[in-house]
Design a binder for this molecule. Structure first.
Ligand SMILES: [Zn+2]
Length: 281
């Protein structure tokens, strides 16, 4: 599933590919991708004649900016965008096509069909689902240690579940949650309110570091991640915890263990990331 770094990579790629392109018409082959407006035909009609002016990101959502409209898109498990010529054969599982006036098209393909698109007038997107309840952007300057602690430090939930929820910090999915908690040496099942000040500091730094590194490398591409040009993103980023069950910990040599937290496969080092009792601060 794409997380912040992968979505950031798609954003940057789309910014190079679709800016200035004018939509002639839109075909929707799988209506349920379109969440707003309710009628996909209205969605298509609203977009006709509009031009892409920019692509931004909020958490794991893309914000495709047009003249007078904002399209909010979530790739969920396996959604992909690609720009093609209109005579290129259309691949299976292509659900939405934005036909441009220049003979090219932006195609949205999604084997798992979990992706979503919401269309808004500019500004409306911030006060409506799915963007209205999102947490702090971890790569923004205002993601300070104080703000991070303010939204989380009093919570009783497991730290990994809270990181995944998107309500407090956005963009972190299963891979980067495991990587950040490993880097910070915090057990994924620790409750947020049990973390010490030095642990918050390490986690804050770790989140920024793992996400920044992954953005630099264009996303970690565990599986089936494809950038906006339709290229497979096999970047072979070195992951320290995620997917390394039974392999030696890079820090201490003990074997990485896999458990389930928040319903997700979770990798951690039982030696470096201990389940300790609450400490005095
Ligand atoms: Zn270790």
């Amino acid at each position: 599933m794409p997380e912040l770094p992968e979505v950031e990579t798609v954003k940057r790629t789309l910014n190079e590919l679709i800016i200035g392109k004018k939509i002639e018409r839109v075909s929707v082959h799988l209506p349920r991708i379109i969440q707003r407006p309710a009628d996909p035909e209205v969605f298509a009609a609203m977009l006709e004649g509009h031009t892409f002016e920019g692509v931004a990101r909020r958490g794991k959502f893309l914000r495709l900016l047009l003249d007078g409209l904002v399209l909010v898109s979530h790739l969920r498990m396996e959604g992909r965008y690609g720009v093609f010529r209109s005579d290129d054969p259309v691949e299976k599982h292509t659900h939405v096509i934005f036909h441009f006036t220049d003979g090219t098209e932006l195609r949205y393909k999604d084997v798992r069909q979990f992706g979503t698109m919401h269309l808004f007038l500019p500004g409306e997107e911030w006060v409506n689902p799915p963007l209205n309840k999102l947490g702090l952007e971890p790569l923004d300057e205002d993601f300070t240690l104080e703000r991070f602690r303010a939204v989380l430090a009093h919570r009783k939930g497991k730290i990994k579940s809270l990181l995944l929820s998107q309500l407090y910090v956005v963009g972190i999915g299963n891979i980067y949650a495991d990587e950040a908690l490993f880097a910070a040496r915090i057990h994924p099942e620790r409750t947020a309110d049990s973390l010490t000040r030095p642990e918050w500091k390490r986690l804050h730094e770790a989140i920024i570091h793992v996400l920044q590194e992954a953005v630099k490398q264009g996303g970690s591409s565990i599986k089936s991640y494809v950038n906006g040009q339709g290229e497979m993103g096999m970047f072979q980023q070195q992951l320290a915890a995620y997917g390394r069950e039974d392999e030696p910990c890079m820090r201490c040599g003990k074997r990485i263990r896999k458990i389930t937290v928040a319903g997700r496969g979770t990798h951690y080092c039982p030696n470096c990331q201990r389940r300790k009792k609450r400490l005095a601060r």
